[in-house]
Write a protein that binds this ligand. Sequence first.
Ligand code: AR6
Length: 187
Amino acid sequence: MLSKIIDNKELQIIKGDITEQSDIDVIVNSANAYLRVGGGVSGAIHKKAGYELEIEAINTAKKLNKYPLKVSECIITNAYNLPNKKVIHVLGPVYNQDKPEDFYLQQSYINCLKLADEQNLSSIAFPSISTGIFGYPIKEAAYIAIKSIIQTLPTLKNIKLVRIVLFSDNNYNIYKDTLNTLINSET
Ligand code: AR6
């Protein structure tokens, strides 16, 4: 695990499974526009949460006139059988399709952080959005994810801990190196 304190808040990079973060208030689901059970992170989150997660996510988005979700939009639901209070469902950009991808990936992280903060939640865990089925190259995605989080942390009132959960050793090492490089270049 790599941990850095930024503006009195903690940013952690860990290797693990997003569905097993029992000390975290809200986890982020890398969703599809129709909020259906998918593969990857989305499949794991829906499997553990149970069938109610999909129903609530679709109904919530429809009520908010956000159905289907646009790229970088997010909504929040309960977490059912997951060990968290809430789930934020965000639509990340598809690489080579939703351009400019870097802008949309940045907005995806910022929108999730702001929504969690508005809901008085104090900790949030992200997967590496868009880097699986959506094809975003991992090094570029790591840089955008970490930079977006670092830049947004000072604007948050309630969030005290942001965790990025990486599923593979390779992705974990890339995120860790990226955080170290970004922190050292700022000091
Ligand atoms: N915990 C943490 N990270 C994980 C887990 C897990 N349990 N499982 C996979 N990853 P992906 P996307 C990593 O494909 O690219 C879905 O079907 C994985 O190694 O889940 O944003 C949705 O419905 C990868 O680095 O999401 C959408 O249609 C990262 O999570 C679409 O796929 C993201 O991989 C979203 O594509």
